[in-house]
Design a protein around this ligand. Structure first.
Ligand code: PHE
Length: 373
């Protein structure tokens, strides 16, 4: 036994001298970094006490008191906690005195807190009784008023502008038959636009033809012409449905503006000037409109039209002179009457006007977004 313990103590002594020296230097370095004199420690305590009592002087309610408690006596990062950590930096001879002063200061400040807490409790009990009474001099609570959705605002604005150009606003059904959505518009049965993958056909049929959610507002052109004689100037704004995947510029439901004018002597020049007036009034300033040749089964010639906005040409919709086949389908004499029609997306012009990058925002029903318009 004896022998072994001696062996152990000998081996401790015979550590390589290099390591011993390094350990000693490291120990010195740490204690130098933490060294605290008793004078500076007492000064810290005194400053702490002064700050605490000054701060409590300004406290008038429970939450203020709690804030001050956290700042000064908080167990994790309170100021007293920081001073406590300095204790270990005192020379060992100074530590007992330091500890005693620390405890005194802690006791004194804790007592100040307790006294103020009692005082606030008494005042609080008094004011609770007052709070129960109704103060008739306070202003009433404001009822927050809603407002019109930006898409509806856009629809109304377009209706207003078109009304000034003499176009009457009309409505049509969203559930349509194939005659109004396709056939009367010269879209025959084999046309790809009738593909079930591109339409919302319903499980309900009229005769043998299933009904569908209308895929365009051009249906309204037919409905109006079937029931009225020329001259005609109508505009129809409403929902249309297509099974598109929703992204920043597509949504399975959206809104279209449909315009139709049937008057003797109508030309593409009239069409262009109406579109230009609409664009300029809606977007503000003199907005240029450009035609690009295109194809629609129900117009001839057909164009797509762009508007110049912010130095760029933006695709807005389709238009053209009403095809004689369509006029014949509704019982008009194509040799006597002619006219133009156009269709454009409401979301598109609303997004342009309001600077909205993603049309899905219009339908999310997030009041934070909607409140901006
Ligand atoms: N209905 C067409 C569409 O939805 C647009 C259009 C309307 C084109 C009127 C010509 C005339 O794409």
């Amino acid at each position: 036994m004896d022998c072994r313990s001696r062996l152990r103590s000998r081996s401790a002594v015979t550590l390589p001298t290099g390591r011993n020296e390094a350990a000693a230097a490291a120990a010195q370095a740490t204690s130098a970094a933490q060294a605290v004199t008793i004078e500076s420690f007492l000064a810290e305590l005194a400053a702490f006490q002064t700050a605490a009592s000054e701060s409590l002087g300004g406290v008038s309610d429970g939450s203020g008191l709690e804030q001050a408690r956290i700042e000064f006596l908080g167990a994790r990062s309170g100021r007293l906690k920081a001073i406590q950590k300095l204790l270990s930096g005192l020379a060992s001879a100074d530590r007992p005195a330091g500890g005693r002063h620390f405890n005194e200061a802690k006791g004194a400040v804790t007592a100040l807190f307790a006294a103020l807490q009692d005082k606030l409790a008494v005042v609080g009990a008094g004011s609770a009784a007052v709070a129960d009474a109704i103060d008739v001099t306070l202003p009433g609570e404001l009822v927050r008023l809603g407002h019109v959705h930006p898409i509806t605002q856009t629809i109304r604005r377009v209706q207003e502008i078109m009304a000034r150009l003499g176009f009457e606003s009309v409505d049509g059904p969203e559930v349509e038959d194939q005659w109004h959505n396709f056939e009367a518009l010269a879209i025959p049965a084999e046309h790809p636009a009738r593909d079930p993958l591109d339409n919302f056909y319903l499980a309900v049929a009229r005769g043998t033809d299933p009904l569908l959610l209308r895929s365009q507002t051009s249906t309204v052109q037919i409905r109006v012409m079937e029931n009225r004689r020329p001259p005609l100037r109508i505009v129809s704004l409403g929902r249309v449905y297509r099974p598109d995947t929703a992204d920043a510029t597509h949504y399975p439901m959206f809104h279209q503006v449909e315009g139709l004018l049937i008057e003797p002597g109508t030309t593409m020049a009239h069409l262009k000037s109406v579109l230009r007036q609409l664009a300029s009034s809606f977007l503000g300033g003199d907005v240029h409109v450009r035609f690009r040749p295109s194809f629609f089964p129900f117009t001839e010639p057909s164009v797509e039209f762009d508007m110049e906005w912010g130095g760029r040409w933006i695709e807005m919709g389709g238009a053209g002179m009403v095809d004689p086949a369509v006029l014949a389908a509704v019982g008009y004499d194509p040799d006597e009457v002619s006219g133009f029609a156009f269709g454009l997306g409401v979301e598109r012009i609303a997004a342009r006007r309001y600077g909205v990058a993603d049309i899905r925002d219009f339908y999310r029903n997030d009041v934070r977004f909607l409140r901006q318009f």
